[in-house]
Design a protein around this ligand. Structure first.
Ligand code: M6R
Length: 366
């Protein structure tokens, strides 16, 4: 049942190219120039009249929500807030009848997310679900939604559900932007074309699995890890840190890279590995100076760089190369090596990666 892999988590990491194709199937046309998420088209008037979107989710699904916020705001120019479902439900949040709430949940059973939806419904908001488990509780109480279609996720650490959620959020933002006319045709086509080649690019990253396994061996000593990224890569840093802490039990924090000097830099010494998403994008120069600051304090830098990078690869202690893509799609690429890094560090430490201590696959109690 693990398809020849030693653990479900590794199987699910390797399934991601196929999962993303399954997620896009029937939604992006054969010519690769149109994306249609039927739930968006069916409810386009309701969605387009929204003054704002509020995304509610927990854990990894909340990280996908942070990426969704950037995609929707950038493509559709609609303000988006992202809330932990558990905070939202107890905060007496301001919700209007014309708000749209997007609930993201792999299992469709998370108690806090369910309660957040019920509260938003009472206040008259329109609820859009993004779930994986077909027929689960959340899709049954939402007004509409899109399944991510990545197949059952067994490993407690969420991997393929995350990339599926981000893929659906990208298609949602594209479909809505087209209806709204908020994106140029050129940009719209560019994003769709690039989205369709993401599975092939993930396959390329998966080839570096043995190298990441080797690299992971030297980090089992660490008690703390820092993960840094900016823009679209900030949620990737959060997700990388969550993966590591939940399966290897190493304390890890994700930060927006520029926040480092507002506190976390005090932690950096020779014992502190820092994972930095440092791909070629608008923030490249800024990230480079963050890396110099870490090196000046003897921190160990593991950098995710764009293929062919010659500058950061000289500064960093270790580099993992990623195929080039659009900045807005980078989370789909950059998350993969971080999943593998967490997996291998946990394996080197002899941990049960599929069923980490104290964690359940669906958190159906608060
Ligand atoms: O099923 P859900 O997406 O609602 O679950 C939310 C979180 O419990 C979940 O993502 C959790 O954080 C994972 N174990 C992370 O890998």
């Amino acid at each position: 049942e693990k398809g020849g892999y030693p653990h479900f988590m590794l199987k699910e990491i390797f399934e991601q190219p196929d999962c993303i194709n399954d997620c896009m199937r029937g939604r992006i046309n054969a010519d690769g120039d149109k994306v249609v998420l039927s739930a968006v088209i069916d409810h386009k008037e309701r969605l387009l009249k929204a003054r704002r979107f509020v995304i509610v989710a927990c854990g990894t699904s909340w990280h996908a929500g942070l990426i969704g916020k950037q995609l929707i705001e950038s493509f559709c120019r609609i303000p988006v807030e992202v809330e932990y479902a558990s905070e939202f439900r107890y905060r007496d949040p301001v919700i209007h009848e014309d708000d749209v709430v997007i609930a993201i949940s792999q299992s469709g059973e998370t108690a806090d997310t369910l309660a957040a939806i019920e509260l938003a419904k009472e206040k008259g908001a329109f609820i859009y679900g993004i779930c994986n488990a077909v027929g689960s509780s959340i899709p049954r109480i939402t007004d509409t939604g899109s399944y991510i279609h990545v197949g059952p996720e067994i490993g407690v650490a969420s991997t393929k559900a995350f990339t599926g959620q981000v893929t659906v959020l990208t298609m949602l933002a594209l479909t809505l932007a087209k209806e709204k006319g908020s994106m140029t045709d050129e940009k719209y086509l560019e994003v769709i074309r690039e989205l369709t080649v993401i599975p092939a690019k993930i396959k390329k990253i998966l080839i570096s699995n043995p190298k990441i396994a080797e690299l992971s061996r030297i980090f089992t000593y660490a008690h703390n890890f820092l993960y840094l990224g900016r823009g679209y890569s900030f949620p990737v840093a959060l997700e990388g840190a969550l993966k590591l802490k939940e399966i290897s039990y190493i304390h890890a924090e994700g930060y927006p890279a520029a926040e480092m000097k507002h506190g976390p830099i005090a932690l950096i010494d020779a014992e502190m590995p820092v994972v930095v998403v440092a791909t070629h994008n608008a923030m490249y120069e800024k990230i480079m100076s963050n890396i110099q600051e870490i090196k000046a304090r003897k921190g160990k830098v593991i950098a995710l760089v764009t293929e062919g990078d010659t500058v950061i690869s000289k500064l960093a202690d270790d580099c993992i190369e990623l195929p080039e893509t659009l900045e807005c799609l980078e989370p789909l690429i950059a998350t993969i090596p971080l999943q593998l890094l967490a997996y291998h560090v946990a394996i080197c430490k002899g941990k049960n990666v599929d069923q980490p201590r104290n964690l359940a696959k669906s958190v159906t109690v608060e």
